[in-house]
Design a protein. Sequence first.
Length: 115
Amino acid sequence: VQLVESGGGLVQPGGSLRLSCLTSGFTFNNYHMSWYRQAPGKERELVAQILSDGLTTIYRDSMRGRATISRDNAKNTVYLQMNSLKPEDTAVYYCNAYRLGVHYWGQGTQVTVSS
């Protein structure tokens, strides 16, 4: 099983980033996919989730209206488009796959929002 995130980097406040998570080794279509983040000294928190139906999405309150999660089942990939980024969005962003109590995690990609 592999989940490989990409697309992180340094961006100015108000900027945008699109994170990607390419997966392999499991049946992507059957899994709920999520993005989590963890800032230094803080617990890992859910940013957004898209269920296996590809239609149901969940966002943490602080990201609603600024983030869009999507999935491409043909490419076994989940995306997170983030707009109007703020310094408090700085964190390592992790891709997660979940089904029936089984979690798979990526290695994370750093997002830094700073001028």
